[in-house]
Design a protein. Structure first.
Length: 90
């Protein structure tokens, strides 16, 4: 499981994406789950990071899902029409 930090804004997006990409490189399971429970401070950059992580996971023929996506970020994903690209794991 890949774990998001407590904050992803424009300022942290590049470093966070780099961390997730490193995690994907060593991730051996066929299903990639990103744990977003700790995420408390975010902007649209968090969506960009998650979507890029999804793209990379799919390019490696892995499934992708998000656990604990904050409701406000899920709502934002809906507004931008990308909610279906970030399936939830319960």
């Amino acid at each position: 499981m890949l774990v998001l930090p407590s904050e992803i804004t424009h300022r942290q997006a590049t470093a966070c994406l780099r961390m997730l990409m490193q995690g994907l490189r060593v991730h051996r399971q066929s299903a990639v789950v990103v744990d977003a429970h700790a995420l408390a401070v975010f902007d649209t950059s968090a969506l960009a990071v998650l979507l890029e992580c999804r793209r990379e996971a799919l390019s490696e023929r892995k499934t992708f899902a998000v656990q604990g996506l904050p409701p406000a970020l899920a709502s934002m994903a809906g507004l931008y029409g990308v909610a279906d690209l970030l399936p939830a794991v319960h």
